[in-house]
Structures are given as C-alpha cells and as structure tokens.
Design a protein around this ligand. Structure first.
Ligand code: ZN
Length: 203
C-alpha cells in the first residue's frame, strides 16, 4: 500500500504559502508507516516546533491500473474518505530553501491521519463535496471538491503514468486554505458534509 499526496491543489492554499499555481499536479509520497493507527492520539514529534494540519479529501483506489485514461479513471475508485496531511512546516521550509525533497517533513510516523469510515462515491455529489476541519470546536478549514485545480479523475490519470496504482492505495488530494499550527491538547475533528469522519487528540 502506498500513500500519494497532491500539493497545491487549491488556489487559496497555494497563495497563502506564497506558492505559484501548478500547471500539472505536484505530488509526493508518504510511507505506509505514516498512517496514524485508529483512535490513536497524534504525538507532536520532537524534531519539529511547527506541525501544521492540512485537511484533505482522500481517494481509496479500488482497482489496480497503470496508464489510466482520464475518461476511465472513475472506475478505479469507489470510496472517498477524509484525512490530515500533518506537515512539519519548519522542516518543509528548510527543504524548500535547499531544494531538497519534502519527505522528511511529510512522511514521519503518524503524519497521515485517515478517517475511520469511507463514503461510497455514489452517496456523494462528486463535484460538490464539502468538508471541514474543526480545531477545538472552531472551524479552521473549509473546502469543497469543486474548488480543486485538478479533480479526482485527472489526478488518477496523471499519477498512473508514473506509478502503478494498486487496490488500497490512498491519494490525499490537497488542502484548502486555513492551514495552521497545532498545540498539545488540541482536538481536531474532520467532517464531510455533516458526517464526522475522524477525531484526533494532539499530545
Ligand atoms: Zn497536503
């Protein structure tokens, strides 16, 4: 199983970090060990003093494929979940300045929060999925799949040119604006529409 993450897929988020708008999907990987065990707290790692939350819609691949045409991409996933791409922003900034890969800041243990449940695509309006992240009860991020620069089918088609996609692979599809720093004691709740998808305590 692999975890592929899309960066800068919402214009407002690219702008808030001072990045340009990409003309093709930007992606990076997290290892399988990044998955946060279910109902486990998130422990702030010792190597960072600035961990950010990034709430993202997550596609679970349901059919193996390679070189998938965009018009057939919808056949390769049937479920959508929600996750957090936890990011050591201080380390990512260092990597960016030095022109180094981001994995050190993105792939650490626990960096991939994933919802307990996934929603069948057929139960969602795929181009109009709203999702939110609450921090200590307050909405800090709000997004809608209609605002994505590269939509699910485009992402799957593009990624499959480089990587074979396998059943169970997860694709984090990018975060909207509003990313921010977490502190010990925070409680983060993620929602698709009104349905709570996960709750994580920061320690
Ligand atoms: Zn992200």
């Amino acid at each position: 199983m692999k975890i592929i993450c899309i960066g800068r897929n919402y214009i407002d988020h690219a702008k808030e970090l001072g990045n340009s708008i990409p003309n093709e999907p930007l992606f990076f990987l997290k290892p399988e060990t990044a998955i946060q065990p279910k109902k486990h707290p998130f422990f702030i790692p010792h190597f960072s003093s600035e961990i950010h939350y990034e709430v993202e819609l997550v596609i679970r691949i349901g059919k193996a494929g390679k070189h998938i045409e965009e018009k057939f991409a919808h056949k390769y996933y049937s479920q959508i979940g929600l996750g957090i791409d936890f990011t050591a922003r201080d380390i990512q900034e260092e990597c960016k300045v030095k022109g180094l890969p981001w994995e050190k800041s993105k792939g650490f243990d626990g960096s991939a929060q994933i919802s307990n449940t996934f929603i069948n695509k057929s139960d969602l309006e795929i181009n109009n999925i709203s999702f939110t992240l609450k921090r200590n009860g307050e909405i800090v991020q709000y997004g809608n799949s209609s605002e994505m620069i590269f939509h699910f089918d485009k992402i799957i088609s593009y990624l499959s040119k480089f990587y074979s996609l396998k059943i169970g692979d997860l694709i984090y599809t990018g975060t909207p604006s509003g990313v921010g720093k977490i502190e010990k004691g925070d409680i983060l709740n993620g929602f698709i529409g009104k349905q709570e998808m996960f709750k994580v305590v920061v320690k």
